[in-house]
Design a protein. Structure first.
Length: 319
């Protein structure tokens, strides 16, 4: 005889990545973000090497031209790597890439480190502004992404049940708007509007520290500022996991029998979240993962095995 109560309580866990939104025809790739920025500003100079100059207000406040901030940041990002590696690139940005910096020299013609530091300190306020401007653009872009009812897909309508749990890396409310999933069953691990959105690298604090002896004299005094900028874009994964401990507890307490993964790229940055999910699920649980090509299939399989998932518990399906 079927235990009806147990059947009702069975919950699948769905892990959702950006490929899910892309499969719904939404413009959510990092290249789409890049195109959004270029479209917003006319005559954008992406090779602008000039550090934005401060605009001093009548009451003593300092502001910067938004377009100049954007141009300079794009220049830095374009010299860091491809836009499909946008998040990891934020930890590798060479903030010292510019054409303006030079040391102050004393009467004897030798570099004067003290005066150079003072000069750089006077210009240091621009660096956090570069970062916060990019965060603002990112949030603005997410707000503009359209989620239309016609994007809804029958496959997922049949797959998703309201008593399932959803762990999503996406900032959009696709699950809520297209499939009417209850909010209490969804965790947007990196946030969703109107709250702050989390994106960036997962380097450790010691990995973003800058030693004075490792930079040119012309950049003296900027070490702590660059450190702060890279920290702005650091995903504090341990803190995030602790913050949402209640959801991981829910995964453990509910009768989750199968895990489905849609559109997740298995980037190294986000693997710690999978490790936490593994800790809170039975070791015999089935993991069903969709992929698009043989290369992805091999990568996904290897990463799941590295995380400790048994071969017999991994099911890979090509969509």
């Amino acid at each position: 005889m079927i235990n009806i109560e147990r059947w009702i309580l069975i919950r699948n866990l769905f892990i959702i990545g950006n490929g899910f939104d892309l499969a719904h025809g939404m413009k959510t790739s990092y290249d789409d973000f890049y195109q959004y920025i270029k479209k917003k500003y006319s005559n954008l100079e992406e090779e602008n090497n000039n550090l934005p100059e401060a605009i001093f207000g009548r009451k003593g406040g300092i502001t910067y031209d938004e377009k100049e901030l954007t141009e300079y940041m794009l220049n830095l990002l374009n010299h860091t790597g491809e836009w499909n590696k946008f998040e990891s690139n934020l930890g590798e940005i060479d903030f010292f890439y510019d054409d303006y910096s030079e040391p102050v020299f004393d009467k004897e013609g030798d570099p004067d480190i003290s005066k150079t530091m003072i000069l750089n300190e006077s210009k240091s306020s621009v660096y956090p502004e570069l970062c916060y401007n990019l965060k603002s653009l990112f949030k603005e872009w997410i707000q503009k992404i359209r989620i239309l009812k016609r994007y809804r897909q029958e496959y997922f309508e049949n797959k998703f049940k309201k008593n399932n749990l959803f762990f999503t890396f996406n900032y959009t409310k696709t699950l809520e708007k297209l499939y009417n999933i209850p909010l209490e069953n969804i965790l947007h691990i990196h946030g969703t509007l109107p709250k702050d959105l989390i994106f960036g690298h997962n380097l450790k604090l010691e990995d973003i520290e800058i030693e004075s002896e490792n930079i040119g004299i012309e950049y003296s005094g900027l070490e702590h500022v660059i450190y702060d900028c890279k920290n702005i874009f650091r995903k504090k994964i341990d803190e995030i996991i602790k913050k949402y401990e209640f959801f991981f507890d829910k995964i453990q307490k509910y009768n989750v029998e199968k895990i489905y993964i849609y559109g997740f790229s298995f980037s190294e940055i986000d693997l710690p979240y999978l490790s936490e999910i593994i800790k809170n699920t039975p070791n015999n649980i089935i993991w069903e993962i969709t992929f698009h090509n043989k290369n992805d299939k091999e990568i996904f399989f290897k990463k799941l095995r590295r995380l400790g998932i048994k071969k017999k518990n991994i099911k890979l399906l090509q969509l």
